[in-house]
Design a protein. Structure first.
Length: 394
């Protein structure tokens, strides 16, 4: 056996990096190559990579006392071992052996096995031995040229995602609803999420033109899977700026020393503007916190799957009510500035609560057309955000 890779690194740095990339590893797939983390060491830098074939996470960090090399090792057990070692520095060493099985001359059956040893920097620290395998068994990692990336504010992108991600479908047969739609025009980036029963859309101006596509391409938007969106949210905490771009069927994000790549969802995302009411009959401005708290109180008497609450509005008064057989009833009224005709509409309280939870404003505007049209929710100080909740039959 021959020493083929080694490094020394701060334990907390490595531990944090493993937590970031390991969330990509499929939780139900512990026996295949996708359950591994790829470790690469070169020029006093270590890179960790994980993939589920749809999304790939990579993070790089400096290390010391290195011998360049690469291998893959079980991600879960490796991360658990690093977390358990009581030390400030992690010492990593790997030795490689080659085995060749009998085969025909056309087949390459030479396999590289790595014997990995991990310990702390003190004599009394625990010592772990791991089996590792050659990098060639890991999925091919896609890349993008620097000139295909454009700059976006991490803070702005994080706000946009937080105000739309809740509306993405969890598991919908209409696969395109399982992702967040990203479109661009000039310096303006727009994010839209919907599951067919609710919708949220937000637009923000970016520091530079958002050039997703090459000139001459007709396509104006892309859809990124919810899992990748949630991973991106974690990475946006690492740096004030994020670089993003598209190459082929993949979207790329670079934030500080981390990278995220995700396969784009295929299909046509619905034009959200078609379902937004152009004219409304009722407009009510109210304190967001008071309204949110009132919904949560009345929601006690709702149950799955509908979680239905009724909203009734009449002169000077908005009433929220819920009634579920064998559970009970709840009713609560709020004073509002309204002098029109009485109207009543039913909706899923969780959908409306998700919208209110995502907003940081003090006041919201609720707009209604009739009992058969969506409820429109807006931030009174943000004309570039809107959310819809489809009504329920009452």
């Amino acid at each position: 056996m021959v020493m083929d890779m080694k490094f020394t690194i701060d334990k907390e740095t490595l531990n944090k990096a493993l937590q970031q990339v390991n969330s990509i590893v499929p939780s139900r797939d512990t026996q295949t190559l996708l359950s591994n983390v790829l470790i690469q060491v070169e020029d006093s830098m270590i890179r960790l990579t994980t993939s589920d074939m749809e999304s790939t996470a990579r993070i790089s960090m400096p290390c010391m006392d290195t011998e360049s090399g690469s291998l893959i090792v079980k991600a879960g057990k490796f991360a658990e071992a690093i977390q358990k070692i009581k030390t400030e520095k992690i010492l990593f060493q790997s030795q490689k052996s080659m085995e060749t099985a009998e085969s025909s001359p056309e087949e390459d059956t030479t396999k590289s096995f790595h014997s990995i040893k991990i310990s702390g920097d003190s004599k009394d620290s625990v010592k772990y031995d791991f089996p590792g395998f050659d990098q060639r068994h890991f999925p091919v990692i896609q890349s993008i040229a620097d000139d295909q990336l454009f700059l976006v504010s991490s803070e702005i992108l994080r706000e946009m995602i937080q105000k739309t991600v809740y509306s993405i479908s969890q598991e919908d047969n209409r696969y395109i609803y399982n992702g967040l739609c990203i479109s661009a025009e000039g310096n303006v980036l727009t994010l839209v999420g919907t599951d067919g029963r609710r919708l949220a859309a937000i637009s923000r101006e970016q520091p530079s033109p958002v050039n997703f596509f090459r000139s001459g391409e007709d396509k104006k938007d892309v859809v990124i899977h919810k899992k990748a969106v949630n991973e991106l949210l974690k990475l946006l905490e690492l740096d004030s700026d994020v670089k993003m771009g598209i190459s082929g069927r993949d979207i790329f994000f670079r934030v500080g020393n981390a990278e995220l790549t995700s396969r784009l969802l295929e299909g046509n995302f619905p034009d959200y503007r078609r379902v937004v009411p152009q004219e409304t009959n009722i407009s009510i401005t109210m304190d967001k916190g008071v309204f949110h708290d009132s919904l949560s109180q009345v929601a006690v008497m709702t149950e799955q799957p509908s979680y239905q609450i009724r909203l009734a509005v009449e002169s000077g008064l908005l009433t929220l009510s819920a009634s579920t057989p064998e559970v009970g009833k709840a009713e609560m009224s709020l004073p509002v500035f309204y002098s029109g005709d009485k109207m009543e509409i039913g909706f899923n309280v969780r959908y409306l609560a998700d919208i209110l939870s995502s907003l940081k404003c003090d006041e919201i505007e609720v707009k209604l057309v009739d009992a058969g049209k969506p409820i429109l929710v807006k931030d009174t100080k943000d004309e570039n955000f809107l959310a819809l909740v489809m009504p329920m039959r009452i």
